[in-house]
Write a protein that binds this ligand. Sequence first.
Ligand SMILES: *[C@@H]1O[C@H](CO)[C@@H](O)[C@H](O)[C@H]1NC(C)=O
Length: 320
Amino acid sequence: MERTFREQLFVLLLSLSVLKGDCRYMENNEISKDELYSFFNSELKREAPEELMFRRPLRCLDMIAVEGRFTFTAERPQLSCAAFFIAEPNEVITVDYDGVDIDCSGGDFITVFDGWVMKGEKFPSSQDHPLPLYERYVDYCDSGSLRRSVRSSQNVAMVFFRVHNPGSTFTLTVRKHINPFPCNVISQSPEGAYTMVIPQQHRNCSFSIIYPVEIDISEFSLGQINHFTKRSRPACAETGDFVQLLGGNGIDTSKLLPITDLCVSFTGPTHLKVGCDNTVVRVVSSGKFVSRVSFSYRLLDSQELQTIKLNNVEDFCFNN
Ligand SMILES: *[C@@H]1O[C@H](CO)[C@@H](O)[C@H](O)[C@H]1NC(C)=O
């Protein structure tokens, strides 16, 4: 199994729990009382003026789940940095740059990506994103002062950067905004419940849980094409809209493997333990119907994972 993907996530999720104020980690972090105070202020007032926003330095590898101002200042050349941003499922993120002092002509860059990239895989996958791939990258050096603000299409975004000269600096202001029609989502938490609704749009939406989980599909209502009277069990893909449950170890949903399909003719279990690093509920929508699926999920403990491993030798998440 690919260890690095999970290890990388654990590092990021650990820093995420620091930012979310998990008390187990509060003692050892770098957040000062002043910063905490301004953080509470910005939580109280969502469109906080800049002087009241949470502030802290940006690290070369970082995970950010709160609004605020994050300043990177290089002490030495940093050639491969990435900051991951995540918001609630029904939010999108804006990233604004200011105070940028980098050497574009010397090969420095700051690039915002509309989604996440991990180990060369993208979320949302190119198939499921409304924009062509090249429009999902916005580079500071290419667009200069023309585009100082970038808005994500879903609850995750990221920034890649490279600076060569000590003293190079920039500040990112991260804000969250309500998204009335969330389509693609990465869950912040290994536990929760969610209802995906696609309102008569010809698009496919994915809810990605980057943990091994038990998932319980409690309800779904999917449009169906009603001309299957002669065939009793048509394949899901032929019946109209359907739900795919996918699993695998990367974040690109188009490279994950199908665990099961759910549609009008579905009769199998709706309660499944998936020992993969990534479990995805994907709705394939024709645009002719309003489709809805509700599910809940919780983290598998190590004993459950071990049992899955022993019982299902063919489980594709444990094959290598
Ligand atoms: C949705 O997914 C299905 C199956 O993966 C694909 O055939 C279809 O073209 C996709 N639709 C859109 C709008 O991308």
